[in-house]
Design a protein around this ligand. Sequence first.
Ligand code: ZN
Ligand code: ZN
Length: 408
Amino acid sequence: MDGLGDRPLKDLNGMTPLQAAKTPNMDKMAEKGINGLMDSIKPGIIPGSDTAHISILGYDPYEIYTGRGPFEASGVGVDILPGDIAFRCNFSTADNNKIITDRRAGRIRDGTKDIINTLNEMVIEEYEDVKIIFKESTGHRAVLVLRSEGDESLSDAVSDADPKNEGKPPKIVFPTDDTKEAVRTADILNKVVNKSYEMIKNHPVNQEREKNGEPPANIIVPRGAGAVPEVEPINEKYNLNSVCIAETGLIMGIGRFAGMDIIEVDGATGGTDTNLDNIIDEIVKHATGDEYNFLLINIDGADEAGHDGSFEEKLEFIEKVDKVVIKKLLEIEDCYIILTADHSTPISRMDHTADPVPIIINGPEVRIDNVNEFNEIEAHKGGLCRIRGSDVMDILMDLMNNSSKFGA
Ligand code: ZN
Ligand code: ZN
């Protein structure tokens, strides 16, 4: 449960939302399982959802995490390759002097796919061996992938074009080291930004927007360069058949990176209004079918409520997940279930913190402890004590009889 952990709140008489929520099914899971606290990366390190998931899946985020671009690109379905350089982009609005007047192009919703189709015809003359791949994401967001199809490689050591504020032109991208790959990539990126404006300023979607008094999405500003890393597929690493059921592009991107199959759930919004019935239906189908023996499930609403600073919304969502999802999870037999969070998103902070999160492992032959409530405070009394995210897969593989002895 993304962002589930929290801190004690005055509004809840010193309890966390998870403590205050009525969660009979999570509590039953705690009672029948082994409990503890988890630092998804390590104590005191504030996790992103991406780095936390990387760590929990048994990879080293300090080695693999090269920035958000590659994970976003993978999440929106670009088939990225090691060596590709990926960026997050905004569709922005620029005036005739290429001054950005709206970084989010009026939070454009429709038509970005059409604009992207036009942009995907882009070729930069001096760099014809570099493939330029754009893909729309939600709203004003998009991704850009640069792929070298020639002998000269590219680098992610380049600065951002996004000026971060309105009233300025896109920033000139410069190399952040002195390799010739970085110099080359920065030059390409500057040309891509300029060319994007030339190619889409008169696009039919934008003509229509201007007619309606809406800011046109007439320039692309990239940021957050990241080189696509090489990752050992999780199925090989742990001898699994794995699938990912997630709501957001970011988490689906991590699943794709790890080589997992991806299930997209109808009505999954990543918010507290998500369709939990459809989510649990997909979980039950794939947890009880023959195809997979490992499922990664991410339900995002508690994180969103945390970012919004609404304890009522967070508490209500936790209760809904308990009633709709956890109740049916408990009916699945011969299955290990790990219930935890990727990080805390405290209401008081409205962002992630490094506070450890509670974790339960439920399933055959676990050493059941005396904890019978699922929350941040009770969890430490359990038999798992305090572990790191990077311990989770090893513990699970051992329980599943899916690992081998270290030594004789
Ligand atoms: Zn998260
Ligand atoms: Zn978050």
